[in-house]
Design a protein around this ligand. Structure first.
Ligand code: TXA
Ligand code: MG
Length: 295
């Protein structure tokens, strides 16, 4: 990374494609590898809250959320710290920066050894599901990386929760840290606003497999693969996100099962209803985007 090269880096959420956040050429290579539009900024990953304060200005709410959830699957959008090391391109020219302290031991070891902020979007090509295994990451952007680290399957399986703390606390992307957990600490969360400059990642279709996705399905139609949730008859094309109806297990399986369903070359992928409560909000957000229903 010090030479400006890219690294496939496991985190507890999804695999990232990591580069020195202070090196515009390295960051440009990340955008190119993903086919990502340059108006969509990257998350800066750091080893500690102290390191976060070097690149961003932490408000009292930010300090509270950082103390509660870092290291972990929460990203905070904050005013950029003047003189901080995250380059303009990584921030897509904004005066804000998205910061996260990941919990995965390999990610932490890399961040501590590197000693500066690391820009790491999910290692998928733009618009595709995020990789939750080394093999999936290699298939997406492996050719562009100098080295890949194998951290095993990602425990969370969905990208981090993104909360903007620029005016009032605002939920830009639901995730494993749930709305309820955040609201307990900082009060009601505003919705992601239509203003695309404030939440640029919401502009594009996301997480889409090859096959069309059909939501709230009772079961598969002929030719469809089926992602079940809860007790369901096992069958040839049925992949059960969680036979016991556990949302944590379903989140961890979601992207790898979408890939597996795709690999079978079905006419479509039908998905059983998932309850909206708690972590269900984040799962349904990804499913609606995969189905092209929002974004
Ligand atoms: O779990 C994760 O967050 C993973 C792992 C690798 O850490 N990373 C990840 O990065 O999901 P990415 O680039 O795929 O998603 C980052 C999201 C995008 O929706 C982007 O628009 C938003 O964060 N974002 C980044 N900087 C922002 C900013 N300054 N203001 C608003 N949104 C921002
Ligand atoms: Mg992504």
């Amino acid at each position: 990374m010090r030479e400006g090269r890219l690294v496939i880096l496991p985190t507890e959420t999804v695999y990232g494609l990591a580069a020195d956040a202070g090196n515009p050429r390295a960051v440009a290579a990340v955008y190119a590898a993903k086919g990502r539009p340059a108006f969509n900024p990257l998350i800066a990953h750091v080893a500690s809250v102290e390191a976060a304060r070097e690149i961003a200005v932490l408000s009292p709410d930010a300090e509270i959320l950082a103390a509660a959830f870092w290291p972990g699957p929460l990203t905070l959008v904050l005013p950029v710290q003047p003189g901080g090391r995250v380059c303009d391109l990584a921030r897509a020219g904004l005066d804000t920066v998205a910061v996260r302290v990941p919990a995965h031991p390999l990610a932490r070891a890399v961040l501590e050894a590197f000693g500066g902020p690391v820009a790491a979007p999910s290692a998928n090509r733009s618009g595709r599901p995020s990789p939750t295994t080394l093999a999936a990451a290699m298939a997406e952007t492996g050719d562009e990386a100098a080295i890949a680290l194998d951290g095993g399957p990602c425990e969370v399986g969905l990208e981090s929760t993104v909360v903007s703390l620029l005016d009032q606390p605002r939920l830009l992307r639901p995730g494993r840290v749930t709305r309820g957990e955040i609201e307990t600490l900082v009060g009601p969360l505003a919705e992601a606003e239509a203003d695309a400059r404030r939440s640029p990642g919401r502009l594009t279709r996301h997480y889409a497999p090859e096959a069309p996705v059909r939501l709230e399905a009772d079961g598969p139609r002929p030719g469809e693969a089926f992602l079940a949730f809860g007790p369901a008859p096992a069958g040839g094309e049925v992949l059960n996100l969680s036979p016991t109806g556990d949302l944590v297990e379903a989140a961890a399986n979601l992207f790898s099962f979408l890939r597996e369903a795709d690999r079978r070359g079905p006419s479509g992928i039908a998905v059983a209803p998932i309850p909206e409560a708690g972590l269900g909000e984040a799962i349904n957000d990804r499913l609606r985007r995969a189905a092209g229903a929002i974004g």
